[in-house]
Design a protein around this ligand. Sequence first.
Ligand SMILES: Cc1cc2nc3c(=O)[nH]c(=O)nc-3n(C[C@H](O)[C@H](O)[C@H](O)COP(=O)(O)O)c2cc1C
Length: 288
Amino acid sequence: MAKFREYNPKELELKEKHHLLLSSVAPRPIGFTASKSKDGHVNLAPFSFHNAFSSNPPMVGISPAFSGRTGEAKNTLTNILDTKEFTLSVVSFNMVEQMNICAAEYPSDVDEFEKSGLTHHPSKVISVPGVAESPLIMECQFTEHIQFSDQPAGGNLLLGEIVYFHAKEDVFDESGKIDPHKVDQVARMGYDWYSRAKEGLFELSAPRFIPIGVDNLPQLVRDHPSFTGKLLARLASVEKIPEQDVIEDLNETYSRLSAEDMLKICAVLVEEGKVLEAWQVLYLAEII
Ligand SMILES: Cc1cc2nc3c(=O)[nH]c(=O)nc-3n(C[C@H](O)[C@H](O)[C@H](O)COP(=O)(O)O)c2cc1C
């Protein structure tokens, strides 16, 4: 007989239950949710406790939990209960690092569109925008709330009816079907694992602090064509702008280059995951 490790959830710590659940129910689609507070602040956050539940009418749900740390309601929950509207934008691989920034616990008046560098796609029926970089967007009207507990990490299933779909022209194949290769969806697994549907597993850690965000990057960097949304998000995923550090090797290699070439090199370093080095090149280029 095959050997199993056995667990009674009633006897487990919260963290153990959480990891068992997230590794078991996977891969999960990501409902990248935009909502609006009653005083008009737009919010954007990912939720992988998310699925579709009916085609007629088209119904979807997400489940924002009370914070496991503070027990407080997440902004998305408060907003949707207050203003009854939200959009869900499908997360494709090229947006995943920008999505990740939106998982940081920013205060309710911070707009995660600005933090991530993602942009608005106007909705037709509701007042909340979708994410323009996403291939598929759903406008939703809130219908029901099921609260599972009032404890930290207790879930709140929010159901909504899709009142409008937006599908980007370039995700269709020649026969008019949506091509999953073009959508290039990512899904959430346990721990730091994700799955790129057309390729397989990769890892990305959720933010462990509040990142500075794309809105705090130097304008020259934000406007430079070498910096895609992904690279901007990666450079902006630091807790604060790193101090200047005189690195002899870096000085010798790059200091004779023009600021323009240094910007290009900075982008290559970010692509290679050398974010701290990339910030030092911005000092060398006198951009910061
Ligand atoms: C891929 C991904 C999926 C997530 N799924 C959930 C989820 O299903 N439920 C939840 O409560 N938090 C989830 N989180 C964490 C929230 O995104 C995070 O708490 C965020 O700060 C909530 O933002 P808000 O307060 O603006 O609503 C997820 C994070 C990531 C990166």
